[in-house]
Design a protein around this ligand. Structure first.
Ligand code: FAD
Length: 416
């Protein structure tokens, strides 16, 4: 039976959810408080990341966070603050940072990433949303020190055990792959399993497709509250309107925990701010690369090169800290000889807020207290990659189909 489904949030997760729900014949409404042209789903590095099997909450991250706390240009930053939710989240993050927990999370991160990348392949082949930019050249992890190189080679071995292929290159091999710009590094691990895209290209084409397919998209309308009766959400209230729904999907990114609070549900979530610089002038860069020591993502996108980085936990705000933007430009320069990012590109830098769960796994699934609510958020550094997988899984839940993956590891009310 087709249902009336309200999806709150029109980022990559909300749109992909709407995509699979409309395919199942449901009547779908997407409500977003923004104009749907900015934020995490637009500023991201566009990587599809089966290679990113190690979550942020890994051994050593807490001490790195403490070390960087007073460094305004560090790639990882936790602003100390007396906020009850942040403190609870930080404790859960610490608890998740053990070797055993990371080892347990890795196969689930790998599985859902591969599933999602294959769904990107399917969306591309279907031509539903048209011919969006998507390449499968893999991802280079470039390193300048033996310490970082050895660490990445170890990760590559663990990835191999999960069926993810990679190759190790010395600088001669890297030069052959990237002949048009001189790279200053010792070598690279090349993950063949990864892909890359141009976010705005995909998002705008997906929005057009959904509108053509009868999905109602309401922009600039913030969901403020809900009415609940007999364990079901009956009404979704915005400032100007109210909506009835059989099913509700919460895909509101980093703001999701504000809305779950209104429903009496605690979601451990913090905003992880990241920045991007776009350079329209040709750089000669043709291979997507992660500059390991600088923690910068470099992506040759459709018509420009994007440099992205920083994980800044300072609450929900969109303040651009110029010293961090500059640190991204300086870090990129240390890897690419002669790279000059022009001033207008630096001035045009933008940021987005990643919705970060403590353990690096997303929240996908039902909650105990409400029969018609599905949560789809907490994707942190992998939300772009995991859009299609999340959308498909949510659609399977709502349609009453057996989910393509075991949802237990992604339970929104799991214990940390
Ligand atoms: C610099 C940077 C680089 C990144 N690189 C990558 C990468 O290479 N690969 C990767 O996989 N991931 C990457 N990510 C992470 C990825 O971008 C995010 O995980 C993903 O975009 C999150 O998508 P989302 O739909 O959950 O949230 P969002 O994109 O934040 O969308 C949530 C939407 O909900 C709306 N909303 C919120 N509250 C309400 C409300 N009350 N009512 C109505 N609407 C509401 C918001 O307006 C917003 O549009 C990167 C992120 C950053 C910042």
């Amino acid at each position: 039976m087709d249902k009336r489904v309200v999806v709150i949030g029109g980022g990559i997760i909300g749109l992909c959810t709407a995509y699979y729900l409309q395919k199942e014949g449901h009547q779908v409404i997407v409500i977003d408080k923004s104009n749907m042209d900015s934020g995490a789903s637009y500023v991201n590095a566009g990587y599809l990341t089966p290679s990113h099997i190690v979550p942020l909450a890994a051994p050593g991250m807490i001490s790195k966070g403490l070390k960087y706390m007073f460094n305004s240009s560090s790639p990882f930053y936790m602003k100390p603050r007396w906020d009850k939710d942040f403190i609870k989240w930080a404790l859960a993050f610490k608890k998740s940072s053990t070797r055993a927990k990371v080892a347990k999370a890795m196969p689930h991160i790998g599985n859902i990433n591969v599933f999602s990348r294959d769904l990107f392949d399917e969306i591309k082949a279907s031509k539903d949303i048209g011919d969006f930019h998507y390449e499968r050249k893999g991802l280079l992890m470039l390193y300048q020190t033996h310490k970082e190189g050895d660490h990445e080679k170890e990760t590559a071995l663990r990835a191999k055990r999960l069926g993810l292929q990679s190759e190790i290159f010395d600088m001669e091999g890297v030069r052959k792959m990237e002949p048009n710009i001189k790279i200053k590094a010792l070598g690279a691990v090349h993950y063949l399993c990864d892909g890359h895209t141009t976010p705005l290209d995909f998002m705008s084409k997906m929005i057009s497709f959904l509108e053509r397919s009868g999905v109602a998209i309401h922009k600039n309308e913030a969901v403020m509250d809900f009415s609940v009766s007999n364990g079901r959400i009956t009404t979704i209230r915005t400032k100007s309107d109210q909506y009835k729904a059989d099913e509700v999907v919460l895909a509101s990114g980093t703001w999701s925990s504000h809305l779950t609070k209104k429903l009496g549900i605690q979601l451990f979530l913090q905003a992880g701010k990241g920045y991007r610089i776009d350079m329209a002038k040709s750089t000669g860069i043709t291979m997507p690369a992660l500059l390991l020591e600088a923690k910068i993502a470099v992506t040759p996108m459709k018509g420009f090169t994007r440099f992205a980085g920083t994980m800044e936990f300072s609450g929900i705000n969109k303040r651009i800290r110029r010293e961090r933007v500059q640190a991204i430009a300086d870090g990129a320069k240390r890897f690419y000889e002669g790279l000059e990012i022009p001033r207008d590109a630096l001035e045009g830098a933008d940021c987005g807020l990643r919705p970060v769960s403590p353990d690096g796994l997303p929240y996908i699934g039902r909650v105990e207290s409400l029969q018609n609510l599905t949560i789809a958020t907490g994707h942190a550094m992998m939300g772009w990659s995991l859009g299609p997988a999340t959308g498909k899984l949510v659609s399977e839940i709502i349609s009453g189909h057996r989910p393509s993956l075991d949802l237990t590891p992604y339970h929104p009310e799991r214990r940390f």
